[in-house]
Structure formats: C-alpha cells, structure tokens
Design a protein around this ligand. Structure first.
Ligand code: AMP
Ligand code: GLY
Length: 422
C-alpha cells in the first residue's frame, strides 16, 4: 500500500516511523513532512491546508490511505474533501472535528449526554463574562473557544489573574477570533491523563494512556505549552479508572456523535482529570496528541496500518502493547511558548544512540548542521523497564545535543515517581 501522512511535526514523525514498520506499506509519503522525517518518508512540499493539492497528489501517486496529523486541516474539512474525491482517509469529518474545534460544541455535547466534565458557561460579551467571574470567584479556568494550539487556556488561581486573563482573551484579542467566544469553567483538581482511542462510529478501540506535561518549566511551573514531554504507561492511574473512563466518556461520546448525526471517525483524544468523583473531561481533541503519540506508538506492538484498516472496516482491531515504559522529552527553543529565534545550531544529532528515538518537530537541515526551526524543536523517546532509567537516558541524550538556545524539562514522569514514593 501507499500511505500519505499529512503534517510535519513530532507527532507526524512518530506516525510515519510507526507506519514505516508495517509490512503492508510499499511507499510512505509525508506532506509537507520535514527534513527530519525524510529518513522514514518521502516528503512532498504541499501545505496541510492545500486540500486540492494533497488530494491531487494522493490520486496521482496511487495513495491507498491518508492519515491526518494536525487539527487545522481536520477542522477545516480535509476529510470531507478527500472522501468526495473517493480517497480513503482516517480522520473525522468537518462537523465531527468540532469536538476539538469548538469548545462550546464539545461542552454542549457533554451536557446533553451527561458525559462528566466541569461546569461551564460561554460568553461573547466581555462585561457579562467579567460579571460572571466576580460571581463565581477563583480558582477558575478561561478558554478561547477556537483553536489556539494548546495555549488559549488560562488557569487562574486568583480573581485578579482571571480578570487579567479575560482581558487578554477578549480585549487584547491575543488569540484573534478564537477568543471572540470564551468558555469559563470550573477548576478541576487531580491527576491528568490522556486517553486516546481509534474510533469509527460506535466502534471504540482505546490506546494505552499517557501523561503530558503542559507547563513550560520543571515542577509544572510557567505558562501552558503544547506539551513539554510525556510518558506511558501512567502507573498511578489504574486500569479500573481507564475502563471507567472508556465506559463513561469515550463510548458515550462516540455514541452521542452517531445519534447527533455527526459520527466520529479517527483518533478521539480525551484529556481527562481524575477527580475525587472519577475521571472528568478537560478537553476532547480530534487527532493524535502531541507529544503523547511519541510515547504511545513506540509501545504499540501491533501494526498501525492494520489497526487503522480494521477500524475503518468497522472491526475491533487487536491492540498489543509493550510492558516497557516510554519517556519522551521535548527540546524547545528558549522563549517558547512566547517568541523565540529560529536558525540556531543544535549539537550532533547523528551521534545519538540507536536506542534514542528521535522525533523532529521544528528543525531544519543546513549542510551538515541541524538548526532550530520552531518552538518545540524535537523530542527524544526512550523505552525502558523503569521510568527513572528511561528518563535519565533521555536527559543524557538531550544534554548531549542541547546548545545555549534550547531548554528541556528534566522531570518528565515526576508524578508517577512521587506517587510511587520514589
Ligand atoms: P486544554 O487546552 O483544554 O487541554 O487545557 C490546557 C491545560 O490547562 C490542561 O491540560 C490542564 O492542565 C489545564 N486545564 C484546563 N482545563 C482545566 C480545568 N477545568 N481545571 C483544571 N485545569 C485545567
Ligand atoms: N498534548 C496535548 C495535545 O495534543 O493537545
């Protein structure tokens, strides 16, 4: 089979790396891919939002299956476009992708079908939102309604922070139109985890769980980012809790989308908080998580392409997982998630051990050098029998390639170690 992966970040690199291991795959393309992905896929310079260009490429190159990584093309309707051209594609339709693209769509769905989540109100009027904040007080969470690359969320511990956050979203329009509507929701306390599933209508195949680290700095300090590292499995979240989350969240979500006439196909990602009252939804995404994918797929022993084909056929795929722990840590440009320079030289990536899985996110090759080309630059995953050992190895890997212009968190997985008293 010929496979096309749409996207060019760390998640897509991991998808391509895993797809390349499938005996079913003859030719693997990535659009636009990246210099770093060129070792596993043939990269073609077509933008993820150029649906016509991507579909024409897929037709001309006899692509049998397309996997879409990022949310923007999904929310923009790439799947509808591909299906109209008679192309096989794994991802949600434009209406179904609203589960990520519109927080108020997701919240309304959860409310209607009693899927556990935080209480919320959504606002388009600044004054009404501000009055509501005065009424409910802090801690409280504010979210831009539209897509904001994981950065449109403000967790305000005081009322002053909440007021300031509201101004940033609605008055300063930091996230432009994404902030025209703001969701204000109850603050949830507990251990967070990411539960992804391959979904087709009412068929739900849960993947191994992971825990992301959203804050920029160690000890979960600093601003929210797209994710600074992840690990899988998450031993402090029991299988019983995962099963409960599948039964009370993922299955009802998939069923309710069928009932509402917008069945979901693709990866349904639930960002969950394990509260005192059980798991509750923080957010849904309509695609693989980044960086969760970079630790979950290395643990998958099944053939990714086979399981995607099975789910597209409406069958329950067989999913097998390694018992090992995967730890993946992001190397980011100094300044991220704010502004940062590009084009800074990295150390010698070629010298990394073969046991270090290197997934490029924002890099560029210049002659023999690798340069930074984004906020999240790359991620290194290691598998090990022990979380601490895997993390130590990742830290040594990143230390060996880090320069003055980049940083990384050395404490990925700390919640698991703390829970185990280590
Ligand atoms: P989101 O983009 O919705 O995943 O939010 C980013 C991060 O903000 C989440 O991963 C949580 O760590 C935090 N967060 C979001 N919503 C809440 C909430 N209701 N209560 C507590 N923390 C939250
Ligand atoms: N790691 C969070 C996300 O992919 O949205």
């Amino acid at each position: 089979m010929n496979i096309l992966i749409v996207g060019g970040g760390g998640r897509e690199h991991a998808m391509a790396w895993k797809a390349a291991q499938s005996p079913k795959v003859d030719k693997l393309y990535a659009a636009p891919g990246s210099d770093g992905m060129a070792s596993v896929a043939e990269c073609v310079p077509i933008d993820v939002m150029d649906f016509e260009g991507l579909a024409a490429f897929a037709i001309n190159h006899h692509v049998d299956l397309t996997l879409v990584g990022p949310e923007q093309p999904l929310v923009g309707g790439i799947v509808d476009y591909f299906l109209k051209q008679g192309l096989k594609v794994f991802g949600p339709s434009k209406v179904a992708a609203q589960i990520e693209g519109s927080k108020s769509f997701a919240k309304a769905l959860m409310e209607k079908y009693k899927i556990p989540t935080s209480h919320y109100q959504s606002f388009t009027d600044y004054q009404e939102a501000s009055d509501y904040l005065q009424k409910v007080g802090a801690p409280i969470v504010l979210k831009a309604d539209g897509l904001a690359a994981g950065k449109g969320v403000i967790v305000a511990l005081t009322l002053a922070e909440a007021e300031q956050g509201l101004k940033t979203l609605m008055k300063d329009k930091k996230f432009a139109e994404a902030g025209a509507r703001v969701v204000i929701e109850e603050y949830l306390e507990g251990d967070e985890f990411s539960l992804m599933a391959l979904v087709n209508g009412s068929t739900v195949a849960p993947l191994a769980i992971a825990q992301d680290h959203k804050r920029a700095y160690e000890e979960d300090k600093g601003p929210n980012t797209g994710g600074m590292g992840a690990y899988s499995p998450v031993p402090q979240i029991s299988q019983k809790i995962v099963d409960e989350a599948v039964q009370t969240i993922l299955k009802p979500a998939a069923d309710s989308m069928v009932l509402d006439g917008c069945p979901f196909t693709g990866v349904l990602y639930a960002g969950l908080m394990l509260t005192k009252n059980g798991p509750k939804v923080i957010e849904f995404n309509c695609r693989f998580g980044d960086p969760e994918t970079q630790v979950v797929l290395p643990r998958m022993e099944s053939d990714l392409i086979q399981v995607v084909l099975d789910i597209l056929n409406g069958e329950q795929p067989e999913l097998l997982w390694s018992d090992q722990t995967a730890v993946g840590t992001v190397l980011a440009s100094k300044g991220y998630p704010g502004s940062y320079p590009k084009g800074k030289k990295l150390g010698n990536l070629e010298a990394l051990s073969d046991d270090a899985l290197l997934f490029h996110a924002g890099t560029k090759k210049s002659g023999a050098d690798w340069l930074t080309n984004g906020g999240r630059v790359l991620l290194v995953t290691r598998l090990g029998d022990d979380l601490r050992a895997a993390r130590d190895a990742v830290n040594r890997d990143l230390e060996s390639i880090a320069t003055d212009n980049v940083f990384f968190r050395k404490d990925i997985g700390h919640r698991a170690l703390e829970a185990a008293g280590k």
